[in-house]
Design a binder for this molecule. Structure first.
Ligand SMILES: [Zn+2]
Length: 362
């Protein structure tokens, strides 16, 4: 107080007032400190200009949308695989080439999400990364195979499921997701005595099963009644193995579809009803974001994950396009509760598709 006495009275009173104010704040903070209060030492966010300007919640690091090029209205590749095996062919990817695909995608900033994640707009991947959907048609043997090793059944390390698991173990941030579009007039994945075991395994590990009809017909030339029956029978067969399992999307056999898609989207046959929230085509470009007005759930394009006869629109051609044109890519803000898009794209947002998510433009 010796110093204070040397100050003019006006200044001394100001300092005293400031001290009383600080004391008052301290008392008030201490008095209302319930269990959910923030640390009383920390200043309130509004009064601290340095505190997390772009905060999305949970005290996470702020995301620099501009620097990362965040665009949740960008395009998403839905990759279409068939057989995994030897030798490489138009509809066959070798195990090593499939491993290469995963590695290339990973290094280029892609992260695996499932088809249902896209349909739900629930894309939960790190900030700055791009979702990719892996789909497998036909239930080919090389997608999921058990082999005998030392008298025990183990998953063939060269089948798609094992390769996905192996990659996930080495790169947990890639994610583990794929959708298998099955039909039941043949045995899904071969090995008739192991179908139950395989379907259980897929569901337990978070993989999805999609509808590829029951007998793989051409839906363009099939009658409406026959198509409804075939689509419903696939659901019936799936649910016989997996009671209550909801098959939510359909990959068109041969990519063929009728002009009127209504009975492909929803129908009922002998008490078995279905609703295909997404219908997947065969070609040949990335799909629009599910938050975009351009996204048509009944016509989701896929890209052939092949390096043969791709006509310039296969996985590697598109990968290059999306590397050269980052603004075309869906780039996540890392928060599945928000949809972040550049201001100039706001008009293209389908508000209905937000389903409660917060829209942020920048
Ligand atoms: Zn097929």
């Amino acid at each position: 107080m010796r110093q204070l006495r040397k100050l003019p009275l006006k200044h001394a009173l100001k300092i005293l007032a400031a001290l009383l104010l600080i004391l008052g704040i301290a008392l008030a903070t201490a008095g209302c400190g319930g269990p959910e209060e923030e640390d009383p030492v920390a200043p309130p966010h509004e009064e601290d200009p340095a505190a997390e300007p772009g905060e999305g919640g949970g005290g996470q690091e702020p995301v620099d949308y501009e620097a990362l090029g965040v665009n949740e209205l960008g395009e998403i590749m839905v990759l279409m695989y068939h057989e995994i095996g030897e030798p490489e062919d138009e509809w066959v990817r070798t195990p090593d080439n499939f491993r290469k695909d995963l590695q290339e995608l990973y290094e280029a900033g892609f992260r695996a999400v499932s088809m249902n994640d896209v349909l739900d707009g629930r894309i939960d991947i790190p900030a700055g990364t791009t979702p990719v959907v892996l789909t497998f048609d036909d239930g080919r043997a090389g997608q999921f195979r058990y082999i005998e090793k030392d008298g025990e059944l183990v998953i063939d390390p060269d089948c798609a499921v094992a390769i996905l698991e192996e990659f996930y173990e080495a790169h947990p941030d890639f994610g583990l997701a794929a959708t298998f579009y099955l039909f039941f007039s043949g045995t899904p994945f071969g090995q008739p005595n192991l179908v139950q075991e395989k379907l259980n395994y897929l569901v337990e590990r978070g993989f999805e099963i999609g509808n590829h009809t029951n007998s793989h017909p051409n839906l363009r030339s099939l009658s409406r009644e026959a198509a409804i029956k075939d689509i419903a029978l696939m659901v019936k067969n799936t649910q016989e193995y997996l009671p209550g399992y909801q098959v939510r999307s359909l990959a068109l056999p041969l990519g063929a579809f009728p002009d009127d898609m209504s009975h492909i989207i929803a129908g009922e046959y002998e008490g078995i009803s279905y609703h295909n929230e997404g219908i997947l085509l065969v070609g040949a470009n990335p799909a629009p974001s599910p938050f975009s007005r351009s996204f048509i759930p009944a016509k989701i394009p896929r890209i052939r994950a092949s390096e043969m006869k791709t006509d310039g629109v296969g996985l590697y051609e598109w990968l290059q396009v999306l590397q050269d044109n980052l603004e075309r890519r869906y780039i996540s803000d890392g928060d599945p509760a928000t949809v972040v898009v550049p201001e100039e794209l706001r008009e293209l947002v389908n508000e209905e598709a937000l389903r409660g998510k917060e829209l942020i433009t920048y």
